[in-house]
Each structure stands twice: as structure tokens, then as C-alpha cells.
Design a protein around this ligand. Structure first.
Ligand SMILES: *Cc1c(COP(=O)(O)O)cnc(C)c1O
Length: 409
């Protein structure tokens, strides 16, 4: 007998962490559609439709808007290995853990990192960006929009203007905000932005939307992207070779273009998921969706405060979809999370680096940015904390959350 396991049967858990969150049932249904051939006209039409949907999600007219197959990090890596050439100066704005990820990838791609740091919980001020641009004269500026590790959102518009003025390419990791907070790629002069499905778009991890300006595509296409010369028809630049095949955006652009020059096999079921997730977001309307996430964030924060706990970070800078909560003195943060999971089937998460064990993070994203899911989470959280002898004001959190949901405009 081969060794076997029971039929896969995962628990139905409410995912109120920093992603993934629960997947919209329509997305799961879309993923059950039959797999068809890679160059099938229905398949390539589905790719074109998906590109059109993501142009709207990213608020851009960028022709080159497509999916990178992999989790959000795949698109981050594709963007950076395709933009960064050896010796290139790259200004990296770091407001949390994901700024460190950008640093690492830029370094691996041979770029010279010029970091701009702020204490965790703060954002980079535009005067400091200006000064750093003047000091380092970078070719590329990269940053994170909403950094889930610190629950902080970096304002982007003024930075986009600076980049445009100085002729610097501007890359933004918008994984955690796409579909949940406004991200105006064209209006904010963002050259390349990337996302993922499993945060505010309510899909599963595994597909990463990306959009690229003509300026960015020109820079990417100017690089060599066919080391072995096996794809003779693909146009070649004579710049330094892109040091990845899978994440070579020039090749991926050619695959998504009308020429359909074969690269990887587009991840069929994830394409269906990405298409459906975008379709649902646009049916709801982006503004309505942003409001729903704002209501969710306001309800969580009000509930936490009314309970007698403290919210992490500055209200003016916080993301609407993930809220940090200071762990009270003497409370075992991991035990609270475990009890929430085992007794209530609810997941919340800790954080990283200097915030490990110091804060919990409660996310309300995609289908989970819903009033009842927040009320259930707060009620369970309160019960667990009271059981752990944390002095919480019983009942007040729920009342405050309900009122804040209604009051938020
Ligand atoms: C979640 C997240 C990522 C990582 O996404 P993966 O899908 O795990 O690769 C990257 N950046 C930010 C800002 C995130 O919140």
C-alpha cells in the first residue's frame, strides 16, 4: 500500500490577518473553469480582457499591463531585475519590512542602493526625497505604497512629480493597497506598479498584476533579453542582459503582445482568478470599494480603542485595511492568537523585526472588509483578552465599531 492521507479538507477560517484573506466565492468558481491551450484564441482573448480590467484597477492607460505568474513578490522581482542594471543608483524609500525586500532585490540585481530610512510607523517626507535625489542622482526610485509590516501608507503623488521632474523612473510595490486604497498610476506619474491578489482584491495568492509606462518599457526593451539566441524573432536591445529568464519583463511583454512570442505557460487557473477578482472590484466600483475598506479600518480602530487598547501608528498615515494593536504589558501575544484560532477559527497576525511580539495586526481586506466579520473578530478578541486577564471594557468595542462603520464617509 502506498502511504496515503485523508481527502484534503481545510478548516473554514476567518482570515483577518495581513493576507491572504478569504477568497471571493466567484473567484473560486472561476478557477474551476476548464484549462484550455495556451495559444487557444479563447485563452488569448481572456488574457487581453484581463489586461483591460487591470488598466482600470491601476487607473492607467498603460498598454503594457499584464500578469506575472507567482505571488506578489514575483512581480516585484520581475520589475526590479528588468529595470536595475549593474552599477545603477537606486533610491529606496524604506518605511518597513517590504522596503528591506526591495533593497535586497535591487542589490541582487547589481544596483547600488541609496536608502532613505524613517523610524517604523512614519513615512518619508517629500523634502527628504528631494534632498536624496539631489545628493545621489539616482536613475530609479523604488518604494512601497502600503507597508503591511508597519500598517503605514506612503503618500506617492509628490514623489511621482519629483521623479518626473528629474527624469527618474518610479517603481511602487502596491501589493497591499491595490483595490483597497486609491492608487492612481497615471495621475501620480508611477512608471511601474505591481500588486497581488490575496490582499484587497480578494483572490488567492499566485498571480501578480503589473503595469508599465512607455518610458519604463523603453528602458526594459533596450536590454538584451535572449542570451541563448533561441528566440530569433524577438526584438533585442544591446543594453546589459536581464539576469533572469522567468522574470524578464521584455519576454513577458512579448508573450502578452499580439505577437504572442512564447515564454512560460500562462498560469491558466490563476488567470481566471485574476480576471474574476478585477471584474468583481470594478463591478463594485473602485470608490465604493475604497470606502468599504475605510469603513472597515475605522471600525477596527474604534473598536480597539473603546475596548481600552491602543492602536499602533499615526491615524493620518495608517492604511485603511490593516490595523496594528499594541500588545498590553504582560499579555502573551502568541497565546491570544492561538486561542482566537483554536476557539473562534479566526486568524490575526503578529509583525516583523522591531515590532515582533509588540503589536498584533488585524486586517480587513477584500471580502473580509465586511461589518459582520469585523464585529465577530472584535467580539472574539475581547473574550480572549478578558480570559487572559487583560482589563478590557466589555461590550464597548462592538458598539464603537458599529457606530464608526456607519459614520465613516
Ligand atoms: C504581502 C506583501 C508582499 C508579498 O507578497 P507575496 O504575495 O507574499 O509575494 C509584498 N509587498 C507588500 C507591501 C505586501 O503587503
Amino acid at each position: 500500500m502506498p502511504s496515503m492521507f485523508p481527502v484534503l479538507d481545510m478548516p473554514q477560517r476567518l482570515l483577518m490577518g495581513a493576507g491572504p484573506c478569504n477568497v471571493h466565492p466567484r473567484v473560486l468558481r472561476a478557477m474551476a473553469c476548464d484549462v484550455i491551450g495556451q495559444m487557444d484564441p479563447e485563452m488569448t482573448a481572456c488574457m487581453d480582457e484581463t489586461a483591460e480590467l487591470y488598466r482600470q484597477v491601476f487607473c492607467t492607460k498603460n498598454r503594457h499591463t499584464l500578469l506575472v505568474d507567482g505571488t506578489a513578490r514575483a512581480a516585484i522581482e520581475a520589475a526590479l531585475v528588468s529595470l536595475v542594471t549593474p552599477g545603477m543608483k537606486v533610491l529606496v524609500l524604506r518605511i518597513g519590512r517590504f522596503g528591506l525586500l526591495l533593497t535586497e532585490i535591487v542589490e541582487r540585481a547589481g544596483g547600488i542602493v541609496c536608502p532613505v530610512d524613517v523610524p517604523w510607523g512614519e513615512v518619508v517626507q517629500v523634502e527628504n526625497v528631494k534632498a536624496a535625489i539631489e545628493e545621489h542622482e539616482p536613475s530609479l526610485l523604488v518604494t512601497v505604497h502600503g507597508d503591511t509590516s508597519t500598517t503605514t501608507a506612503q503618500p506617492l503623488q509628490a514623489i511621482g512629480e519629483l521623479c518626473k521632474e528629474h527624469g527618474i523612473l518610479f517603481y511602487v510595490d502596491a501589493t497591499a493597497t491595490l483595490g483597497g486604497m486609491p492608487l492612481l498610476v497615471d495621475a501620480w506619474n508611477i512608471d511601474v506598479a505591481t500588486g497581488g491578489l490575496q490582499k484587497c482584491l480578494g483572490g488567492p495568492p499566485g498571480s501578480a498584476p503589473i503595469t508599465m509606462s512607455e518610458r519604463a518599457v523603453k528602458a526594459i526593451m533596450a536590454r538584451r533579453h535572449d542570451e541563448a539566441g533561441i528566440r530569433g524573432t524577438a526584438p533585442q536591445g544591446d543594453g546589459p542582459v536581464i539576469r533572469s529568464n522567468y522574470f524578464d519583463l521584455a519576454m513577458i511583454i512579448n508573450y502578452w503582445s499580439a505577437e504572442r512570442i512564447n515564454h512560460h505557460t500562462e498560469a491558466t487557473s490563476m488567470l481566471y482568478a485574476a480576471r474574476e477578482a478585477a471584474q468583481i472590484a470594478l463591478e463594485e466600483g473602485l470608490d465604493a470599494r475604497f470606502l468599504r475598506h475605510r469603513k472597515a479600518g475605522a471600525a477596527v480602530a474604534a473598536g480597539i480603542r473603546a475596548m481600552g487598547l491602543e492602536v499602533y501608528g499615526d491615524d493620518a498615515l495608517r492604511m485603511s485595511n490593516v490595523t496594528g494593536v499594541w500588545v498590553p504589558e504582560g499579555c502573551d501575544a502568541n497565546r491570544v492568537r492561538t486561542l482566537l484560532r483554536t476557539e473562534f477559527e479566526i486568524e490575526i497576525v503578529s509583525s516583523f523585526g522591531p515590532l515582533t511580539g509588540k503589536i498584533w495586526r488585524i486586517g480587513a481586506m477584500g471580502v473580509n472588509a465586511a461589518k459582520h466579520k469585523i464585529l465577530l473578530t472584535l467580539a472574539a478578541f475581547e473574550a480572549v483578552l478578558a480570559g487572559e486577564n487583560v482589563p478590557v471594557v466589555r461590550g464597548a468595542g462592538i458598539d464603537a465599531a458599529r457606530a464608526a462603520w456607519e459614520a465613516q464617509q
